[in-house]
Design a protein around this ligand. Structure first.
Ligand code: G3H
Ligand code: 13P
Ligand code: NA
Ligand code: ZN
Length: 328
């Protein structure tokens, strides 16, 4: 059944696990995640960006998720709007049947320019008021996670996109987080703790201490009832990068967030872990390999099946690693 994010993450907090929130855009990604969830008996967060609704078309996205709930009636499913750039996008998502929305008021509606704190509080509070009236959960964001395009902030040198902010200044401030939640009433809060979006997070192999664990602890201590969300949580599997490169792809050296670091975050209060890039890499690797190996094949299902299987295996690994398996 479809449930709210608050409902699912309250259970996760009570039982000490984290839930991967996978981005979806098409049939194969939804099938891969649902198959992995059934295989591991895990509750599911399907999240869609505004771009995903544009890509699939709102009715297709809505009906595909409806189909997932029909095919897997035993699994709890949250349908979450990822990074809404305005309250209007949240309204569209709620009308489309989403059970949770993220109002990303850390950026202006162009999704590029950093917003002021007061703007963030104002738009997030508006969305909470609206969403609460219809039982939909709200995630807010506080701190500088780096541009959704460049994903520069959070890189290991600790220098933001502008090259002027220090690593410390980019992290979410615990006192401000407490004030933000008091003023807005969000159910979940995305915090900046050293990660960034996209495939190019770190240019050298992380040796631990990627996440600002002390920050997580401080924020969690002040906000025990607000579920912490970690964006930019792809691990960027080196094995899939190798497959992509072996079959004609061109992706420069890059590293993601080690799963062990995410597990450490979960031990200190992180409950929702956003993953998009890893599924993209696994599906692209599987398709490149299948197309290179089955040169006379021209039924796209042959390639897409490989992509789905690759994404399923990746999702199952994350469900297991985050302690989500067996919790459905
Ligand atoms: O954080 C952003 C997600 O990776 C979604 O990306 O806007 O390209 O769908 P998208
Ligand atoms: P990745 O780019 O690390 O997969 O993060 C996705 C994300 O945070 C979506 O909101
Ligand atoms: Na989100
Ligand atoms: Zn994100």
């Amino acid at each position: 059944p479809m449930i709210s994010l608050r409902h699912l993450l309250d259970h996760a907090a009570e039982h000490g696990y984290g839930v991967p929130a996978f981005n979806v855009n098409n049939l194969e990604q939804i099938q891969a995640i649902m198959q992995a969830a059934r295989q591991t008996d895990s509750p599911v967060i399907l999240q869609a960006s505004a771009g995903a609704r544009k890509y699939a078309g709102e009715p297709f996205l809505r009906k595909m998720v409806e189909a997932a709930a029909e095919m897997y009636p035993q699994l709890p499913i949250v349908l979450h709007q990822d990074h809404a750039a305005s309250p209007a996008v949240c309204v569209q998502a709620i009308r489309s049947g989403f059970t949770s929305v993220m109002m990303d008021g850390s950026l202006m509606p162009d999704a590029k320019t950093p917003a002021t704190y007061d703007y963030n509080v104002d738009v997030t509070r508006q969305v909470v008021r609206m969403a609460q009236a219809v039982g939909v959960s709200v995630e807010g964001e506080l701190g500088c996670l780096g541009s959704l395009e460049s994903g520069q902030a959070g890189e290991e040198d600790g220098v933001g996109a502008e090259g002027t902010l220090s690593h410390e200044q980019l992290l979410t401030d615990p006192a401000q987080a407490a004030d933000f939640v008091a003023q807005t009433g969000v159910d979940a809060l995305a915090i900046a703790i050293g990660t960034s979006h996209g495939a190019y997070k770190f240019s050298r192999q992380p040796t631990g201490d990627i996440l600002a664990i002390e920050r997580i602890k401080q924020i969690h201590a002040r906000l025990p009832n607000t579920h912490l969300v970690m964006h930019g949580s792809s691990s960027v599997p080196q094995a899939w990068l190798a497959v992509i490169r072996e079959h004609g792809g061109d992706i420069r050296e890059t590293y993601g967030v080690p799963v062990a670091e995410i597990q450490e975050g979960i031990r200190h209060g992180v409950r929702k872990i956003n993953i998009d890039t890893d599924i993209r890499l696994a599906m692209t690797g599987a398709m490149r390999r299948a197309m290179a190996q089955q040169r006379s094949e021209f039924d796209p299902r042959a390639f897409l099946k490989q992509a789905t299987a690759a994404a399923q295996a990746l999702c199952a690994e994350r469900f297991e690693a985050f302690g989500c398996a067996g919790q459905a």
